[in-house]
Design a binder for this molecule. Structure first.
Ligand code: ADP
Ligand code: AMP
Length: 214
């Protein structure tokens, strides 16, 4: 079981999709879970929508409750038999501490935390060019990772859209939130002895090769 960490746009979702394909791991993206909840207008969706649209984190208690419910329902299914990738969770120290409790509760262990290291100017270019499938959530980039047919998802044929929170004003806020609340997790997991740094600026196939080595 691994955690993929890094600022918004670092390539977590892209690498998670490749790991799912190669190793049959299960991807757990809290961002995807929130976007699904927003679409379905569930209680988590109604709360999350507001925070996400302004580039804030969804408050810890809701996020933790959502992931805990998700794991309770899914952890014993076939999809989880090869392990999982946490993508976008934890994002605060409180969430990381809670994850440690959840690990004991469900009797699993985090083997490695992979941090995708990448400077801010690269992130801004990536997020402004990112296109996301409105149906399955797969992400593309208009220059670095284009779909076979413009505007159409290779995987499911869904429409590719610019996420609302990938607009420049919101990106700036999300990066601020990352520095304040998520970056401290690098120290946290370094102290736990399970942090692995990977250069996130190189070609996505090379990033993947580095991750598979780990
Ligand atoms: P995250 O899940 O960390 O927010 P994504 O995986 O969605 O980030 O990647 C952000 C954007 O950058 C997407 O448009 C993606 O296609 C592109 N991208 C991801 N990895 C790379 C890479 N190594 N080089 C260039 N572009 C990349
Ligand atoms: P992502 O798809 O990972 O970029 O997440 C999109 C948005 O969902 C973030 O900007 C947050 O508002 C929210 N979100 C996702 N994961 C978390 C989390 N672990 N804690 C709080 N908010 C989250």
């Amino acid at each position: 079981n691994i955690i993929l960490m890094g600022p918004p746009g670092a390539g977590k979702g892209t690498q998670a999709a490749k790991l799912v394909e190669k190793y049959g791991l299960k991807q757990i993206s809290t961002g995807d879970l929130f976007r699904k909840a927003i679409k379905e207008e569930t209680k988590f969706g109604v709360i999350a929508k507001y925070f996400i649209s302004f580039g804030y984190l969804v408050p810890d208690d809701f996020t933790i409750q959502m992931i805990q419910e998700y794991l309770e329902e899914n952890i014993n299914t076939e999809e989880f038999k090869n392990g999982f990738i946490l993508d976008g969770f934890p994002r605060t120290i409180i969430q990381a501490r809670k994850l440690a409790d959840i690990c004991s509760m469900f009797n699993f262990k985090i083997d490695a935390v992979i941090n995708l290291d990448i400077p801010e100017d690269v992130l801004v270019k990536r997020l402004s060019g990112r296109r996301t499938c409105a149906d399955c959530g797969k992400s593309y980039h208009i220059v670095y990772n284009p779909p076979k047919k413009e505007g159409v998802c290779d995987a499911c044929g869904g429409e590719l859209i610019l996420r609302d929170d990938d607009k420049p004003e919101t990106v700036e806020q999300r990066l601020r939130v990352y520095h304040e609340q998520t970056q401290p997790l690098i120290d946290y997991y370094t102290k736990e002895g399970i942090l692995k740094e990977v250069d996130g600026t190189i070609d996505l196939e090379d990033v993947f090769a580095e991750i598979t080595k780990i």
